[in-house]
Design a protein around this ligand. Structure first.
Ligand code: ITT
Length: 191
């Protein structure tokens, strides 16, 4: 059975494809022209919206991820606006570092909500994950995507951009959200 990966973000797509590779589902890319407006106030609402609309439009099962960075000293910003914080990754990072300035509290978290919809748009599964860390003053590492080079995880003493995909998966918001959902994804087809 086909599962449409409802994202236009290449970095996110790469991670999701890797995490879902061993499953008994045929992964299909979302049609490029199909863009869903993210009108929700929470990651979960937006993940549900994207999964449902893409499922209905393609008449297939669909999986969507809505995620973002929440910085404590910025009262949770950029949050659900993480993708809209700048025109590209380097502008988004530059804006984040500027807004934080000399702030000594650099605590932050990545949050991720994942929703899976049936072809009629009904949500079949959903899950959320969080990863705590700190915002560095200067970017480090070349891997990953988005805010990865400035997101440092003390437990690993690495930024997300310095980790292998496997290590990032083991501790990241997206890895945790998916771990809560993969066993059920194998079962859900028959229900
Ligand atoms: P889709 O909606 O098409 O999936 P998007 O980039 O608009 O793509 P979101 O609305 O979920 O996705 O925005 C999430 C943003 O948060 C994303 O653009 C990144 O800047 C950031 N982000 C999410 N997960 C991340 C991760 O693992 N590493 C770095 N940045 C991440």
């Amino acid at each position: 059975m086909k599962l449409v990966v409802a994202t236009s973000n290449p970095g996110k797509l790469k991670e999701l494809q890797k995490y879902l590779a061993d499953l008994d589902w045929e992964l299909v890319l979302k049609p490029q022209e199909l863009e869903v407006e993210e009108t929700g106030d929470t990651f979960l609402e937006n993940a549900r919206l994207k999964a449902s609309e893409v499922a209905i439009a393609t008449n297939n099962w669909a999986i969507a991820d809505d995620s973002g960075l929440q910085v404590d000293a910025l009262n949770g910003a950029p949050g659900v606006y993480s993708a809209r914080y700048g025109a590209n990754d380097s502008e988004r990072i530059a804006r984040l570092l500027k807004e934080l300035g000399d702030e000594t509290n650099r605590d932050a978290q990545f949050a991720c909500a994942i929703a899976i919809a049936r072809p009629d748009g009904a949500i079949a599964l959903e899950s959320e994950g969080i990863c705590r860390g700190e915002i560095l003053h200067v970017a480090r590492g070349n891997g990953g995507f988005g805010y990865d080079p400035v997101f440092y995880v003390p437990q690993k003493q690495l930024t997300f951009a310095e980790m292998t995909t496997e290590v990032k998966r083991s501790i990241s918001h997206r890895g945790k959200a998916l771990a809560g959902l993969l066993p059920e994804l194998e079962q859900v087809k028959s229900i």
